[in-house]
Ligand binder design. Structure first.
Ligand SMILES: *[C@@H]1O[C@H](CO)[C@@H](O)[C@H](O)[C@H]1NC(C)=O
Ligand SMILES: *[C@@H]1O[C@H](CO)[C@@H](O)[C@H](O)[C@H]1NC(C)=O
Ligand SMILES: *[C@@H]1O[C@H](CO)[C@@H](O)[C@H](O)[C@H]1NC(C)=O
Length: 261
């Protein structure tokens, strides 16, 4: 009688833990954990059992038992930040006849700050567009990547984005391919004034974690843009100078117009 009362009380105070108050305690508790490549992580799972010593063990199809340290009542899973560590692990704990489970999806990602931007073709001073490109190197999970062209801290409008290109890098990581992804944009040429700061921003979305890298477009794009304006003005000035040398202004406008004719 006392026992069932205690059980009821336990159920009332901890309503989300089925089976009488005990639950697996997992740290970190999130069902999805993103780990940067090369970073170690330990996931601890424990269960306390009133009557007995709980048996707790991490499992997973690809779980190397060398990475699991099992102690009475708890189990520690060690991740060494290899891309091959990606996968779902299940912690199974039992207390008497009751069995509890907790799943943790581990995602090891590669997203180094290795952006390469390039102005590939520049057609300043013409009615052509300027193509700029941005490549994110040595990444994993290209489907989680997105690109944006920023002017200051705002997405630049009026640029034409092309379909992103995906290629495999020559270097692999732990037998898995790494990728490089390139986004190209077509900027309207000198129609608009040269932007103060143009950035390529690459975002990787990992569950609720958002990572970004930013790279400024080389100043040469901008200086060439401005440069073409300056060159144009210089050319005009030179032409004016040549004309002035050839037909120097005369104090008598009437005679000068005669000379010209
Ligand atoms: C990509 O990774 C390889 C191997 O670590 C390295 O040699 C190469 O420089 C990296 N690429 C870039 C653009 O940093
Ligand atoms: C970013 O944009 C906001 C407006 O959207 C502006 O208030 C802020 O000053 C900007 N920050 C920088 C660093 O440009
Ligand atoms: C992601 O969600 C978990 C809960 O599921 C929360 O604890 C964590 O702080 C979140 N992380 C970010 C970066 O929002």
């Amino acid at each position: 009688m006392e026992f069932s009362l205690a059980l009821l009380l336990a159920l009332a105070t901890v309503p989300f833990q089925p089976g009488g108050g005990q639950s697996l305690h997992v740290d970190p508790p999130e069902p999805e954990v993103a780990v940067a490549r090369g970073t170690s992580l330990q996931v601890t799972c424990s269960l306390s059992c009133d009557e007995d010593i709980a048996r707790v063990q991490w499992r997973g199809l690809d779980t190397d038992l060398g990475n699991v340290q099992t102690l009475p009542g708890s189990s520690i899973l060690s991740i060494h930040g290899m891309l091959t560590d990606t996968g779902t692990r299940t912690c199974v704990g039992s207390c008497g006849t009751r069995t509890l489970q907790h799943r943790t999806m581990i995602l090891v990602y590669a997203f180094p700050d290795q952006l390469v931007v390039s102005p590939e073709t520049l057609a300043p001073g013409q009615d052509r567009e300027v193509e700029v490109s941005c490549t994110a190197h040595n990444i994993s999970g290209p489907d989680r990547l997105s690109f944006a062209l920023l002017l200051g801290n705002q997405t630049l409008e009026g640029v034409r984005a092309q379909e992103p290109e995906l290629e495999e890098e020559t270097q692999e990581a732990e037998g898995l391919p790494l990728f490089r992804m390139t986004q190209r944009w077509l900027l309207p040429s000198l129609e608009t004034p040269p932007p103060p700061a143009l950035y390529c921003q690459v975002t990787m979305q990992l569950f609720n974690l958002t990572l970004t890298h930013k790279m400024e477009l080389p100043a040469s794009v901008i200086t060439l843009w401005i440069g073409s304006l300056v060159l144009g003005l210089l050319a005009l000035a030179f032409l004016a100078y040549r004309l002035w040398k050839r037909y120097p202004p005369s104090p008598h406008p009437d005679t000068s117009s005669c000379t010209l004719l």
